[in-house]
Design a protein around this ligand. Structure first.
Ligand SMILES: Nc1ncnc2c1ncn2[C@@H]1O[C@H](COP(=O)(O)OP(=O)(O)OP(=O)(O)O)[C@@H](O)[C@H]1O
Length: 464
């Protein structure tokens, strides 16, 4: 008997039935998709890596299996994909192998063939697990996590990160707190040629100058009061690997000068030593400050800025990519379900609406925390608006209200106002239309225009 999960995607009912039967008989958990389109939609919203194998038909009427495989690879999903092909489409199987499919089977296939593949896959998974445990122990692994998004804005970020990873250029990652800067840094390292080496990180804002210096450069015994032992610095530890400098905008001028030497000369002198040591490190840095402004204000060295900022990646705040809120929320809900061993199945339309109308100043981290909290508060398996008290009373961001510097287009203000009233009426469309003093038809049209018609409300109970 197996303790594993398999996803089947095939439009041929006979094959699905056959596979489902042989797999479930051996204790496997099976998830079925009968169209490529449905699987593709799920890919964008959910991490499939919790499953152990994807059995994917090459030829489907809507979306081709090869296209799905390509997307799986683009999203860097770890799941092994086995293509199922008819004899006639063997050439696509070869193409699939080139694209990174794990294996392929030609229909019709005996069940031993599938179980043979499954055994190999599970064995490999065990090995990988052991490997990554070992890596964690050595402190080598970069922060990892699935990148969940549907917005074009974040797709561009993802593509750029993968592209720059191939070069050895230093990168500055800019973005508000909680937008995923560290996650992107980890991604860059893990797809870069240095991926087998160490990824180390340090937060430059939380340590005192002396501590930051000795953490980075290391020190010899007796270098200063309290330096009772020799300590290797992060520069030494990260040799040949990647060093992530978080909150780099908060680094003091003294440390900036010392770091500049490392970037310019490729060497440094540990505290208390006289001889320089050479290092080969790729630097990734992040900040939520406007680094160019810091340079203009002479708080950040221009020469260091240019050395670090060979390429910059800007992470957009969550409020500027509202279409990512729902898939992220579903992803976090799925993750918390697993952690709490309780299956949360959905959000109510009101809860989704509330999440979409909030401005998320703490970005993805705030969303993650809110979902976690909601899951704890929820009584049943569906998260409702009441479980999300955080922003129910919270006002919209000043920017969204049109206060401050940025004045907003009418449609943004209108959309926010409609959402606000819907929120107050518990998503009752008739009452919302009345308060807004517009016809119910007009409200429906506007909701459709803003792509909110299915989320705005279930059919109002009190509607005629
Ligand atoms: N696209 C994404 N998909 C899934 N999870 C994400 C995504 N972006 C960020 N996260 C998660 O959101 C949380 C915050 O991300 P991260 O720590 O990388 O942000 P940050 O910008 O470095 O924050 P800070 O500036 O506060 O250090 C993490 O738990 C991260 O895994």
């Amino acid at each position: 008997m197996y303790d594993a999960r398999v996803i089947i995607c095939d439009d041929e009912v006979e094959i699905v039935r056959y596979l489902n039967k042989i797999l479930t008989t051996r204790g496997l958990e099976v998830e079925i998709f009968t169209s490529g389109e449905a699987l593709l939609r799920t890919l964008e919203h959910r991490a499939l890596e919790e499953s152990d194998l994807l059995l994917l038909d090459v030829k489907m009427p809507d979306v081709d299996g090869i296209e799905i495989l390509r997307r799986v690879k683009e999203l860097k999903l770890e799941i092994p994909v086995v293509m199922m092909t008819a004899f006639a489409s063997i050439s696509s199987a070869i193409e699939a192998m080139k694209l990174g499919a794990y294996d392929y089977v030609t229909k019709p296939f005996p069940k031993e063939k599938i179980f043979g593949i499954l055994d190999k896959v599970l064995e490999r998974k065990e090995l990988l697990k052991e490997n990554s445990a070992l890596k964690d122990e050595l402190g080598k692994s970069a922060p990892s996590g699935y990148l969940v998004y549907t917005s074009d804005a974040f797709r561009r970020v993802h593509e750029m990160a993968v592209q720059v990873a191939q070069s050895d250029a230093n990168v500055v990652i800019l973005g508000e707190s909680g937008t995923g800067k560290e996650l992107i840094a980890g991604l860059i390292h893990s797809v870069s040629p240095r991926k087998e080496q160490r990824f180390l990180s340090i937060n430059c804002a939380t340590l005192s100058d002396t501590l930051l210096e000795s953490q980075l450069f290391g020190h010899v015994r007796g270098a200063f009061t309290g330096a009772v032992t020799h300590q290797k610095g992060l520069l030494e530890e990260a040799h040949n690997g990647t060093l992530f400098l978080d909150e780099v905008g908060d680094m003091s001028p003294t440390i900036q000068a010392k770091l500049l030497r490392v970037l310019q000369e490729g060497d440094y002198i540990p505290v208390g030593e006289t001889k320089a040591r050479s290092v080969d490190i790729r630097f990734l840095a992040a900040t939520n400050k406007d680094l160019e402004e810091e340079v203009r204000q002479k708080r950040f060295r221009e020469d260091l800025f240019f050395r670090l900022n060979v390429i910059s990646i800007h992470l957009p705040p969550l409020r500027e990519r509202a279409e990512d809120i729902e898939p992220l929320a579903r992803y976090f809900l799925h993750r918390i379900s697993q952690r709490m061993k309780k299956e949360f199945v959905n959000f109510t339309p009101e809860a989704l609406l509330l999440m979409q109308s909030y401005s998320w100043p703490g970005n993805i981290r705030e969303l993650e925390n809110a979902i976690e909290r909601a899951a704890i508060l929820a009584r049943g398996t569906v998260i409702s608006a009441e479980n999300l008290p955080v922003w129910k009373s919270a006002p919209l961001a000043a920017e969204q209200r049109g206060e401050g510097e940025r004045l907003l287009p009418l449609e943004v203000v209108e959309r926010e106002h409609i959402l606000h009233v819907l929120q107050k009426t518990g998503c009752n469309k008739s009452r919302t239309a009345k308060i807004l003093n517009i016809a119910r038809r007009t409200l429906d049209r506007k909701l459709e225009e803003y792509g909110m018609q299915d989320k705005a409300a279930p059919a109002d109970a009190d509607d005629p």
